[in-house]
Design a protein around this ligand. Structure first.
Ligand SMILES: [Zn+2]
Length: 259
């Protein structure tokens, strides 16, 4: 079996709308920290110099949102029970794990302009690859946006889906839709502009809000999609981190090629 990494790094040096903070306690600092904690809490004197090289263990503290890096959105992200049509929306820790390790199919949307792609675009791509997504398959949209990850352009130039396009995939029995873009909806600025021009509230977050009518998950910020050898014939694993009560969880998304 071959494993292909489809995840982007969580990197404090990269540009993010919500900057990531990464604090490092070095192994030497860890030794001094442990010694002072032992003294303070237990009254024990411990000389860190007795440790090999005077070092103990490092500790990394990250400050980041659950939507930073490659992650899975849970229904609770889309709205509260006040607006969902299927009862209390589940948080990321409550979803069945077998949604997240499934055969996958990639739809190539790299020729689509910034905005929201509709049903005809998906139908044409499904016809081109000759594979109709089956129930529980994970559908991955390759928009090409992953190449701009870490830059401001990643948040302004990409293709999302219309609400009808999401419904089309959910009608096939799909429960997880992934994208390499920042969002499964069109970029924020593009949606607001189209709303102001048309006065149509339906252009605002239709892909996310489809999840208020029907329970499904999104993978956002997939990466490295060029590395996939074919649009189908592989499994995708995107088991999310078990963040209790969270509307999303980070995942190390990978493609599994072969048995
Ligand atoms: Zn998200």
């Amino acid at each position: 079996m071959r494993i292909i990494d489809l995840s982007c790094p969580v990197d404090a040096a990269a540009w993010e709308p919500d900057p990531v903070v990464h604090k490092v306690l070095t192994p030497a600092q860890g030794a001094a920290h442990m010694a002072s904690e032992m003294k303070e809490h237990f009254g024990i004197d411990f000389d860190p110099a007795v440790l090999p090289g005077g070092e103990l263990l490092s500790l990394d503290t990250f400050t980041l949102t659950s939507h930073t890096g490659t992650h899975v959105d849970a229904p609770a992200h889309y709205g509260s029970a006040a607006v969902t049509e299927y009862g209390e929306p589940r948080t990321i820790d409550e979803l069945p794990l077998d949604w997240f390790l499934r055969p996958a199919v990639v739809l190539d949307l790299q020729d689509q302009p910034t905005g929201a792609a509709g049903v005809p675009v998906l139908e044409a791509e499904i016809a081109r690859i000759g594979y109709v997504p089956r129930p529980m398959d994970i559908v991955v949209l390759h928009t090409g946006a992953w190449r701009y990850a870490g830059t401001q352009r990643y948040f302004t130039d990409f293709t999302g889906l219309t609400g009808d396009a999401v419904d089309y995939l959910l009608d096939l029995g799909v429960k997880v839709i992934g994208t390499d873009a920042f969002s499964l909806d069109a970029p924020f600025g593009d949606m607001i502009r189209r709303y102001q021009e048309s006065g149509d509230r339906g252009v605002l977050w239709p892909a996310h809000f489809a999840g208020r009518r029907r329970e499904y998950c999104q993978i956002e910020r997939l990466h490295n999609l060029d590395a996939l050898p074919a649009p189908h014939g592989f499994r995708l694993s995107c088991l999310p981190a078990k963040l209790a009560g969270s509307g999303a969880g980070w995942t190390r998304a990978v493609a599994l090629i072969g048995d």
